[in-house]
Design a protein around this ligand. Sequence first.
Ligand code: NDP
Length: 484
Amino acid sequence: MNIRTFHFIAIFGAIGALGGCFGAKSPTLNTQFSLENLEEKQNIMPVAVIGSGPAGLMAATYTARGGKDTFVIEGNKPGGLLMDTTDVANWPGELSIKGQEIIDHLHAQAEHQGVQFVKDAVERIDTSQWPYVIYTENGSIMYALSIIIATGASPRKLGIPGEQEYWGAGVTSCAVCDAPFYKGEEVVVFGGGDSAVEEAIQLASYAKKITILVRKDHMRAAVGMQDRLKEYPQVSIQYNVEPRKILGNGELLTGVVLYNNKTGKTSTFATSGVFLAVGHDPNSAIVKQVVKTDAHGYIHIGPGNQQTSVSGIFAAGDVADFRYRQAGTASGQGISAGLDTVRFLDEIGFTPTIASQIQSNLFGADNTQETRSETEVVLSVETMDQFKQLIDQENVVVFDFWAETCPSCKQMLPVFHAAAQEFAGKATFVTIDTDEAPDITQELFVHKIPCLLVFKDGSLVSRYTNAMSKKELSLLIQQVVEGE
Ligand code: NDP
């Protein structure tokens, strides 16, 4: 691209107006948004949306529909929290719909508008220059004219003794993924919000008895959600109890210590599973140094729009919304952020002519494709004999436990395949479907999926019970292969 062919029409005048529109803060605004800065740049993204939940997908649909080339950097949990949600009864226009179905529809709609999806996660954003520079976990560097942060929120942990020790060995926060491991057992759910109800209902198909433990004398879940519990006699609720400690036998969880804040008494509650539904924290760690956040990590926006404290950077959904935190409101905020972004790009003079002139400098469509080489081999085993044979014969073996019903597991599979390709010849990669291989799953104490077990010279050297990014997985295997 020869940037000198750009028509820098009235950019500076328009930018002056922009400060008024969005309350922009930068004193160097005029020079900051000079489109001359695009000169010689590759990997340009006119709109970079970070996050692929309802906020990100709707924002992307609107910017693409507004004629701006839009890229969604999906993150390590594509689709976000809705992927772990079962029935949603308050999505506009639907009596009941699965969370995953909502995401599938929004994804298809965005794709239909020409949005491109990038299978990567953002590590860092540099706003000391414009276009803003995005560094990703897979090592890409992108130049973004505008950014929409829609990174959502993650389930909160309790931070009590035993929680970390028994994470994946009885403690979890995803009933959609892990409920099948608690067939016929007695389990507890901590929390009194909508998520606690969701977890209990999901567990009701498997566990014999489910007790929801609420720290107040009432639940904060919507009345309609609480009513749904009446259909499940195996679910009961205890109020005024606070979790104090997770107990176990060194391998598996056996109970919890509870404090009754009404009687002042402490007691032990025997259980084999603890499902956490104690709220969510905004995923703002990667942007905290870049945009203003409040004491809880929620991004400051507005007033009256989705503009963050940095011009050209917008935020939408759970990462910026302490109050509503609904899939519907997140998608609505995504729409607003999309419209704000289109307006921003128009006002800095990013015209359709300029957009067409930088087409060959846009972030490569090829980078968005999953690449798999012919030589990549991922095995799968179903019997204990096959399993033992592999760990006896191979030097380093990495097992990925997954199930068809587990959305996080399915998100993990492409990462696992990519690692298999990277470490071909150095380690053997094997998937185990927990539904098809219950013996191996039980023998190896897998109670939470996705679960990665790494064996070296026949011995278990690493256990990881969460979805991993490609970078984290590569680092882990590198360390094992190099014997660190
Ligand atoms: P909420 O913040 O609504 O609820 C968290 C619950 O955990 C509260 O009952 C809180 O107690 C309790 N809690 C927090 N910390 C502790 C602790 N240390 N020990 C014991 N209990 C604790 O979070 P949710 O994740 O349930 O919901 C988040 C948002 O997502 C909400 O807006 C909700 O409406 C939405 N959502 C909607 C769904 C749907 O429509 N299908 C499904 C799931 C979520 P306290 O009340 O005392 O603060």
